[in-house]
Design a protein around this ligand. Sequence first.
Ligand code: GLU
Length: 493
Amino acid sequence: MTIRTRIAPSPTGDPHVGTAYIALFNLCFARQQEGKFVLRIEDTDQGRSTAESEQAIFDSLRWMGLDWDEGPDVGGEFGPYRQSERKEIYKEYAERLIEKGHAFRCYRTTEELDALRQGLKEQGINRALKPYDLELPKDEVAKREAANAPYVIRMKVPVDGKVEIEDMLRGTMELDWALVDAQILLKSDGMPTYHLANVVDDHLMQITHVLRGEEWINSAPKHKLLYEYFGWDMPQLCHLPLLRNPDKSKLSKRKNPTSILYYQRMGYLPEALVNYLGRMGWSMPDEREKFSLQEMLEQFDIQRVSLGGPIFDVEKLSWLNGLWIREDLSQEQLAERLQQWALNKDYMMQILPHAQQRIETLSDFIPLTAFFASGMMPIKAESFTGLTLKDEALTEALQFALWKLESLRNWERDAIFAAMKTVADSMGVKVKDFFAPLFIAIAGTTASISVIDSMAILGPDLSRARIRYALDLLGGVSKKKLKKLEKAYSQLD
Ligand code: GLU
């Protein structure tokens, strides 16, 4: 049997370090046993999936040297590898389950579902909605069918009892059927949900081992049941521990940058990032901290994964990155890396139109533009004194700007300007005053190249990270304050 593993990222937002981490373990597990590692794009959430985000997944994983044997961009004999191109397949399988009596069409409206859930809650019953809750009288079904009312296809699930899930690291886990709902398999727009698409694809793509994050454990009972309904063998499951912030909470961009592009922009070496992710819950037999992808692959043993939540600590990563820079690169190679990273003509050509206006001698160039090739700015809370916006208004402006920029899809000059102006206008603040703290966060000073152009050039990851850093310097935003700010933000027009 050929070992086949896969990752199945959804192309929404920035490429996540968690995706690279899961990719690394799947790659090592498969390749070490001469198997294949597949990349499948789970883009069934059409509202949130974007082509840019998909491309960013390809680019960032490749940058890290985590390449795949089959995928949307490289092809393979089990394609298409993009779920949006497999719609017909899922539909057919969902119908098949109806024919076998394992699934049903559900015409319940959102309001009815809410009422049903509320009903259970009022009776103090803690269980999921089951097929018999959802059932409608036959004539009502016929009526809705005749009226072409929208429907979803749901799977039938046991009412109670236990289900056993085998996990390569966790052994046998017992979960409760009572908490498993009559999962939607096919949505009213004809798109599958994750559960159906995932099971059908893993089967058709002959995936033998599913190594994924532990947040999917609760989905395993549904998947197991679907495999049984179809009469297929289930791949072996292995739920890897989630990456965590230093305070043990689930890795989140509020507390740690999570985008691979951020680490690239900050000047981490891909070797170091891969090495660090390899140490997340895993260790070399001799416990050495520094190792290459090739070395990890040779020594890989999934049983060496420990389940304690691995902490993703940027300081530790920086330390390791320093080792890689000092021990593995000749000066010649370091010079090349610096050029590839930011000291290249392409990047300079983006900066020059803005710098040329402002310099008198060539030696003015580096001091003026150093912030384009820096990490966090050497600023302090005091750097913000003397601005028109102070205290609460200052944090509010930075936080609102950050939220707006986090939801900005199209990262280019005019869009950034329009977004920032909307926030300033709805806060009733002059654009100039609103931009001042942004200047300091982004460039370290208000006497610099236009902050909008600067953010456009720096890119979303570093720009947002610098604003977050500024907010932290100003004392951070407490949970209570955050709630208040969120409310105020939602009321902006
Ligand atoms: N689309 C899911 C994710 O991005 C895939 C989960 C799985 O591997 O089953 O996490």
